[in-house]
Design a protein around this ligand. Sequence first.
Ligand code: CO
Length: 138
Amino acid sequence: MIGNINHVGVATPSIEESVKLYRDVLGATKIGEKFSMPEQGVWVCFVDLPNAQIELIEPYGEESPIHNFLKQNPNGGQHHVCFEVEDILKARDEMKAKGARVLGEPRIGAHGTPVIFVHPKDMGGVLVELMEIPKEAH
Ligand code: CO
């Protein structure tokens, strides 16, 4: 049911510092502008790779869900993996039917299409994001 890896989410205390790593050490050349998603409590910056992206996420505001993660991983770390799906509602229903806990309702993610998150306890320890691919991509 899942398709391509769309991105790997990496939490960081500083997007600026992480950009230096991806640009200067790893040699990434296509790095977008940092932007805020206040309703998700994160700053986001995408590093484009030939086949996928790295999504750098930094806490935005006091209520950010990333604060807890950074408390346990003060230097940042791999936070989630995002797979593409054709239909987010179908994916949600299938996850639930198979006993995996879906966190909340579908919401618009950083790419402007609906996403859901699936609990890491039901995903082998990995927080999984499922993202509906834009319809016009077909
Ligand atoms: Co993501």
